[in-house]
Design a protein around this ligand. Sequence first.
Ligand SMILES: Cc1cc2nc3c(=O)[nH]c(=O)nc-3n(C[C@H](O)[C@H](O)[C@H](O)COP(=O)(O)OP(=O)(O)OC[C@H]3O[C@@H](n4cnc5c(N)ncnc54)[C@H](O)[C@@H]3O)c2cc1C
Length: 322
Amino acid sequence: MLVNIQSELDRLCVETGTVIKYNEPMANHTSLKIGGRAQYFIEAGSLDFMSKFLKYRSDDAQMFALGGGSNILFSDQGYDGYIICTKGLGQIREIGDLASDEIMIEAEAGVMLQGLLKYVKDRGYTGIEGLSGIPGTVGGAVYGNAGSYGCEIGGLVREVTVINKDGVIRDISKNADTESGLTFRYRGSNISEDALIISTKIALKRDSSERVTDKIKEIFEKKKASQPIDQRSAGCVFKNPQGDYAGRLIEQSGCKGLNNGGIFVSNTHANFFINKGGGSCNDFLILMDKVKEIVFKNFGVELEPEIKIVTSGNVRCGRINL
Ligand SMILES: Cc1cc2nc3c(=O)[nH]c(=O)nc-3n(C[C@H](O)[C@H](O)[C@H](O)COP(=O)(O)OP(=O)(O)OC[C@H]3O[C@@H](n4cnc5c(N)ncnc54)[C@H](O)[C@@H]3O)c2cc1C
């Protein structure tokens, strides 16, 4: 049975120019460099592949959409099923003018967010400069409503095109009048976990290229000074609780430098956990539990994860070095 699935998949991948890897270590595809082997790792380079694959696949194995892997903690035990990485969908198009000072662009899911920033800066389109320095793809950013410095990508998105697990393609627009429209919340959206984002329409305003460039630079410099951007992390581990900052609560609880195995609470920004080498998913989860417990004891605040945790029956054991 497995042999049949593999030969069918191989045939489809050759036909559509798609890369497939079997038993691929997820550590190769996450910014934390953590994660066991995925049974099937597919770098979807075209919509043609995705719709054929989703319509005709003959098994019901689970599926996970992956962008740049910069917001993910992946299980050490790996993943039984399909990882569909959308990084190969990398086109940006201009759709046209919305008003005299507004422009609509369409970015495919695999466009790197920093590539999109370069595109808009070269043309003098303003609105997303606050996303300067955020790694990962447009698909991941839209799914999780990535944001910083008062800018969230969801605020600019007008429409997303998704493909569901049966291969049906659908546009979902923001529509204030219906409940079925696209909505965003703090670090999230109502896009179904079963859907793969293919592309996104974003509305921007016109400005001068110099002003946009300066703002992008300014924000990047601030991030460089306050975040461990050159180390292995997945960005902020916990969401900010209402009216406060998870980083402040963790720092004031004395957790900076706390570690479990190879995973450390960053000394630069306490809401970033760093893999200094050899750290596992299990090490990370234990450290998260410990930090949550300490913050709750000190402030009575229950921290919630911001990173997406993809585990299969995680075993939590180990020792925390205080
Ligand atoms: C140094 C550093 C700094 C960071 N700073 C910030 C910051 O300032 N603000 C912020 O919000 N985040 C930040 N992050 C976190 C991360 O970069 C963002 O959340 C980013 O938008 C994730 O995009 P990705 O492509 O890497 O998504 P992934 O990590 O690959 O996936 C994240 C989620 O999106 C889903 N997803 C990905 N692609 C698709 C798709 N095509 N269709 C459907 N679902 C999809 C995945 O299933 C998963 O649930 C930072 C991370 C690092 C390492």
